[in-house]
Ligand binder design. Structure first.
Ligand code: HEC
Length: 124
């Protein structure tokens, strides 16, 4: 009985592992589960919302909301890493994060650009 249970557990783990690998290449699922996204929602969304920027927060900080729109950012990975370490103008520093967390966040910030459909953001 013990042996059977052990075989069953090994079987379940094997199936779970395969499914994990099958879905690992699925972009939206990978993004949904990415540590960068989770961190972004905890630490950055307050000001950057879903990446487009929080206009109300821009008003409170007396800064231009366009500067908080990360989907339009041209910053390189090195520049993003630096901004996170030192902060910039009204943006605070996140130097307490680990190097890995900063790497995950940087990758997520860059991924926000590709996701955007090429449509005008506002009809005038
Ligand atoms: C308190 C509000 C606030 C929080 C929280 C915040 N930011 Fe910012 N962020 C800003 C502001 C304001 C700017 C514009 C800075 C400037 O004047 O250049 C900015 C700019 C940036 C830029 C530069 C965009 C560019 O190309 O000019 C990046 C990248 C960025 N933020 C990433 C992040 C990430 C990642 C986090 C979470 C770890 C985060 N920010 C958290 C307010 C914030």
């Amino acid at each position: 009985m013990v042996r059977r249970t052990a075989v069953l557990i090994v079987g379940i783990l094997a199936i779970g592992g395969t499914a994990g690998r099958l879905y690992a290449d699925d972009k939206p699922a990978a993004r949904a589960a990415s540590p960068g996204k989770t961190l972004f929602e905890k630490k950055c969304s307050l000001c950057h919302a879903d990446g487009h920027g929080n206009e109300k927060m821009a008003g409170m900080l007396h800064t231009d909301p366009a500067k908080m729109n990360l989907t339009k950012s041209q910053a390189t990975p090195d520049q993003i890493t630096k901004i996170l370490a030192t902060g910039r103008n009204k943006m605070p520093s996140f130097k307490y994060l680990t190097a890995d967390q900063i790497k995950d966040l940087t990758a997520y910030v860059i991924s926000l650009r590709a996701k955007q459909p090429q449509l005008p953001s506002r009809v005038e």
